[in-house]
Design a protein around this ligand. Structure first.
Ligand code: DSN
Length: 417
């Protein structure tokens, strides 16, 4: 059952309680490989379910538009202090509702509509809010996009520099949602300096790896760092903006009152808890284990003939191009889900197929590492993935799902007992 138990919800609204229980069981029984997801601790779960949700707190600590902030101010100050300590930054804002609003605040703080901005193209691994056409950031700004090299699947900083020199953007984003390789923050910073642009590092996917020392830090290279709090960082759904002191005021003003109203104080508390957890020595082991698992899984997939974008991974994420298989990303993801292995279909660089029916699947190891799976289990996982994708019938995928459940029964899940 769900942990912490939900007796009041069950009594007051059995319909919703049953759905929550169903989701908890589903998470318990699945190998969860969605690269942007995780399992938060019971402490983080408890913080999100507190009376802090009752409170309005527009403004910032010591300068609110509502009375009664005695405890909320301390919660927010604690989250900020922990973020600054953990990442070694001069300023942190913990109020953005999620990653996209956090990134929008950066635009609002630093550029005007029509200004030139630059980011990684979505199909190459970037994020919608880095200037992709269908996003407000692509519609309201003059966005130019860099990609990856076709032969390596990696960013080529010479190409980025050439584009930046030709276009002279005011803002350059690095980072994204489907980048399996280390981001060269120093290299991007050099380019940003050459064209007098502000460098933004969007570390949403890798924040936990950065905090845990398993990926280089953008601090000292990017003037602004944006991150969600719920991926490898293993906190609640939320986001943070971090920066050099000189950008503190414009960023704070852009978040509130520029884009948002009252911060979600229960989320702020849970962010504080997650940051406290990430500061523990054990979190470094966790971050290292995420990467070790991803490498082991990547190697096992390559041995089975899977074509990985860039050939492998340096972080938590693996992008598989199924172009050499008989099945595209979407049907593969569906078959895998039925087999108890949850991931998402994903475009691959230079994908000849459409985003809603692309060639690839994206895998990440943050959640299974939280669950306690290690490198020894990765070949078995690759075998299941291979079998499920090749499976011709549901009997085969159902058989795999039973094997998955049997394995996972040996690995506890925070949020389930
Ligand atoms: N959609 C998130 C992800 O899955 O990577 C990023 O916004």
């Amino acid at each position: 059952m769900h942990q912490p138990a939900i007796p009041h919800l069950a009594a007051a609204d059995p319909d919703v309680a049953a759905l929550v229980e169903g989701e908890a069981r589903r998470q318990y029984e699945k190998v969860r490989l969605i690269a942007s997801e995780n399992y938060v601790s019971a402490a983080v779960l408890e913080a999100t379910g507190t009376v802090l949700t009752n409170k309005y707190s527009e403004g910032y600590a010591g300068k609110r538009y509502y009375e009664g902030q005695l405890y909320v101010d301390q919660v927010e100050a604690l989250a900020i202090a922990r973020a600054k300590d953990l990442f070694g930054v001069e300023h942190a804002n913990v109020q953005p509702y999620s990653g996209s609003p956090a990134n929008l605040a950066i635009y609002l703080a630093l550029v005007n509509p029509g200004d030139k901005v630059m980011g990684m193209a979505l199909p190459a691994g970037g994020h919608l809010t880095h200037g992709w056409g269908v996003s407000a950031t692509g519609k309201w700004f003059d966005a130019v996009q860099y990609g990856v090299r076709k032969d390596t699947g990696r960013v080529d900083l010479d190409e980025v520099r050439e584009l930046a020199l030709a276009e002279r953007p005011k803002l350059i984003f690095c980072g994204g949602t489907a980048i399996p390789r280390t981001i060269d923050f120093a290299g991007f910073a050099e380019i940003a300096r050459e064209v007098d642009a502000v460098l933004v590092a969007d570390i949403a996917h890798i924040a936990g790896l950065v905090a845990g020392g398993a990926h280089p830090s953008p601090v000292g290279h990017a003037q602004i760092i944006s991150t969600t709090t719920h991926k490898t960082l293993r906190g609640p759904r939320g986001a943070m903006l971090m920066s050099d002191a000189q950008y503190a005021k414009p960023l704070d003003k852009a978040v509130f009152p520029g884009l948002q109203g009252g911060p979600h104080n229960h989320t702020t508390a849970a962010i504080a808890v997650a940051l406290g957890e990430a500061a523990q020595p054990g979190f470094r082991d966790y971050a290292a284990a995420i990467v070790a698992n991803a490498r082991a899984l990547a190697e096992a997939l390559v041995e089975r003939g899977f074509d990985l974008v860039s050939g492998g991974t340096d972080n938590h994420l693996i992008l598989v191009d199924l172009g050499n298989k008989a099945v595209a990303g979407k049907p593969a993801a569906r078959a895998l889900d039925r087999a108890g292995i949850e991931l998402n279909y994903n475009s691959v660089p230079f994908d000849p197929r459409k985003p809603f029916d692309p060639s690839g699947i994206r895998l990440g190891t943050a959640a299974i590492t939280t669950r306690g799976l290690g490198v020894d289990q990765m070949p078995r996982l690759a075998e299941w993935i291979d079998r499920a994708i090749a499976a011709g019938d549901e009997a085969e995928t159902d058989a795999i799902a039973a094997e998955v459940r049997e394995l996972l029964a040996g690995y506890p899940m925070p949020g389930w007992s």
